[in-house]
Design a protein around this ligand. Structure first.
Ligand code: ADP
Ligand code: ADP
Length: 226
């Protein structure tokens, strides 16, 4: 069965901006889907509807065959990585990763295990006591990934997670995220305006323009084989 299904999804904002028009996509478990297209084409809006951070105007959104339109964000089996990391500057790396789990009142021991497990995957074990400002850009980005991993969700959403990094680091983190996906195999929906990212990371691409899906296919389908 498909992991995620989006059927005839529309989003109209107040003021009558239709940001997404008739979006249709069925995502298989373990896929790495990249939404790509110019600024303003509706990528973020689509991702935020999946996350539950934005209401769906019409259409059906399913996870594992269950309609999720009206399920609150916190009850969706989803973890999101934001562009600006959204790290808490006054908290250590450990506390940044543990924060959501503490809010959910998970047992202390389980929180510790999940954070240490994520830190091991991301090579952050030595930095758990540091504050974000004492980290490099790449390490901060890994902490943001760690915050998503500890949630143990089956779907990752990433909204331009690399766009604040310099070019060299972007290439490095691109490879790291691909490796992470090969290891965890979490179904991922990744938003970018960067064609190179789209081409190198996606198992399938969704090309958007002016709120409309133009094309869906593998990188070879969309950009041709190099
Ligand atoms: P992208 O992520 O591809 O840059 P967005 O999804 O952010 O595109 O935006 C799609 C369109 O919706 C744009 O025209 C944008 O101005 C508009 N939009 C985005 N968010 C809002 C909002 N909260 N209220 C009104 N219009 C919005
Ligand atoms: P959490 O650490 O559990 O994400 P926050 O206090 O940071 O909790 O955020 C409050 C709510 O915002 C969450 O219950 C969730 O609905 C949403 N949210 C925040 N961060 C994420 C995330 N990384 N992935 C998905 N939803 C999130």
């Amino acid at each position: 069965m498909e992991k995620v299904v989006l059927k005839n999804i529309f989003k109209t904002y107040e003021g009558d901006v239709t940001a997404v028009k008739d979006f249709n996509l069925a995502i298989q478990d373990r896929e790495f889907i990249v939404l790509v297209g110019p600024s303003g084409c509706g990528k973020s809006t689509t991702l935020r509807m999946i996350a539950g951070l934005e209401e769906i105007s019409s259409g059906d959104f399913l996870i594992d065959g269950k309609r999720m339109n009206d399920v609150p964000s916190k009850d969706r089996d989803i973890a999101m990585v934001f562009q600006n990391y959204a790290l808490y500057p006054h908290m250590t790396v450990f506390d940044n990763m543990a924060f959501g789990l503490k809010l959910r009142k998970l047992p202390k021991q389980e929180i510790k295990e999940r954070v240490h497990n994520a830190a091991a995957i991301l090579d952050l074990e030595k930095y758990l006591d540091r504050k974000p400002k004492a980290l490099s850009g790449g390490q901060r980005q890994r902490v943001a990934l760690g915050r998503a991993i500890v949630r143990d969700a089956h779907i990752f959403l990433m909204d331009e997670p690399l766009s604040n990094l310099d070019a060299k680091l972007r290439v490095q983190m691109r490879a790291e995220i691909t490796k992470l996906h090969q290891r965890l195999k979490t179904t991922t929906i990744y938003v970018t305006h960067d064609q190179t990212e789209a081409m190198t990371m996606a198992s399938r691409l969704v090309v958007m323009k002016d709120g409309i899906v133009q094309q869906i296919g593998t990188p070879a389908d969309v950009y041709g084989t190099p």
